[in-house]
Write a protein that binds this ligand. Structure first.
Ligand SMILES: [Zn+2]
Ligand SMILES: [Zn+2]
Ligand SMILES: [Zn+2]
Length: 351
């Protein structure tokens, strides 16, 4: 990696200060075909699509086709946002247009002891003018008791996270919020919850199917990486990798699938032979990896605008977006410490 810690990372452009103009309008819109036979934009001429969009809203920042076959358009101004919502057709193709469900917001974490006694509702109300739509306090469970921490997760009405916000007289830095991987309590796999599980009941302690971990005394084995630890262990390779995928997804504003490809392509999986691991890590350029070049050239369902050049990875070292990892709420870990540590790192990085 050639750029130093002091230079702003490639993602600093995604962050805005409170003083600069905030987007208080949606910037991402989904254009869907109105069709009786489920026609999508797969197979529709890209010239036609491009011309119709430019013709009605001017030059959009980006247009992508989603996996679903709908179009994802990013606009640059509130005027364009207004224009695009009025769109009824692209050339002769009737369409509906609506703001994207999640891409028009972002989440950040602030830490402030002075806000410990303020309710989430009160804080939301006070910060509303700065684009905050929701506030959730991070709590930890210790000795069976739920304790408040000074860390608050803020949801903003824009996909651009501000660097700072003002809470009364206090200026607080906002860090990117990276949620923990979601692990299913039934099958122990990542990415879904018990309620939507289609897997089989698997023990979180011994990885055998058919019983719960509560009374299990067998040898620890992990379902996800086959290692000698429980499936909820934080030493788990699979858990760490999952966390990195989520982090990459959020910071690069790319899809989960794309982030997964990127992480998998540069992480040798355990069980791989020494030779294949060495081959991967000494490959002269990621371009030789077909997975990576595909995701860098034509991400089908993501916002390529925010994707950095592949060579700039790993992005975890980017100083401008130090992630905040929320530890599992039920865990007895000293969440405070983890968060404070990462905050100090951030300060050092910015200094
Ligand atoms: Zn499951
Ligand atoms: Zn068991
Ligand atoms: Zn594991």
């Amino acid at each position: 990696m050639s750029y130093g810690q002091k230079k702003p990372g490639p993602f600093s452009g995604q962050r805005t200060d409170t003083n600069s103009k905030r987007n208080n309008f949606p910037t991402f819109f989904v254009i869907q075909r109105i069709s009786n036979c489920n026609e999508t934009f797969h197979g529709v001429s890209p010239f036609l699509v491009e011309k119709s969009i430019t013709g009605s809203v001017g030059d959009a920042k980006s247009t992508k086709k989603l996996r679903s076959g709908d179009l994802l358009v990013e606009v640059e101004s509130s005027k364009q946002a207004k224009e695009i919502t009025k769109l009824k057709s692209l050339s002769t193709i009737p369409v509906t247009v609506k703001p994207h469900a999640t891409l028009n917001s972002s989440k950040g974490v602030i830490s402030c002891g002075e806000l410990l006694n303020e309710s989430e509702e009160k804080i939301t109300e006070e910060l509303k003018s700065q684009g905050v739509t929701h506030v959730r306090r991070i709590t930890i469970r210790r000795d069976g008791q739920l304790l408040n921490t000074k860390h608050l997760i803020l949801t903003f009405d824009s996909n651009k996270l501000p660097e700072h916000i003002k809470a009364g007289y206090m200026r607080l830095s906002v860090r990117t919020y990276i949620p923990n991987p979601l692990r299913c309590f039934k099958c122990q796999r990542f990415g879904h919850s018990k309620t939507s599980c289609r897997g089989t009941l698997t023990c979180a302690r011994c990885a055998e199917v058919g019983h719960e971990s509560t009374d299990c005394t067998r040898t620890e084995k992990c379902v996800n990486c086959k290692g000698e630890h429980t499936s909820f262990s934080r030493n788990c390779f699979a858990w760490k990798q999952e966390k990195e995928i989520i982090s990459t997804k959020i910071k690069n504003q790319i899809s989960y699938q794309e982030a997964r490809k990127l992480i998998k392509s540069r992480t040798p999986t355990p069980g791989n032979s020494y030779v294949s691991a060495v081959k991967k890590s000494t490959a002269p350029s990621t371009q030789t990896n077909p997975d990576v070049s595909i995701s860098s050239n034509k991400p089908p369902d993501s916002i390529a605008r925010a994707s950095p050049p592949i060579t700039n990875l790993p992005i975890l070292s980017s100083p401008s977006v130090s992630p905040v990892i929320e530890e599992t709420l039920a865990s007895p870990d000293l969440t405070d410490f983890t968060l404070v540590k990462s905050r100090k790192k951030l300060k050092k990085g910015l200094a």
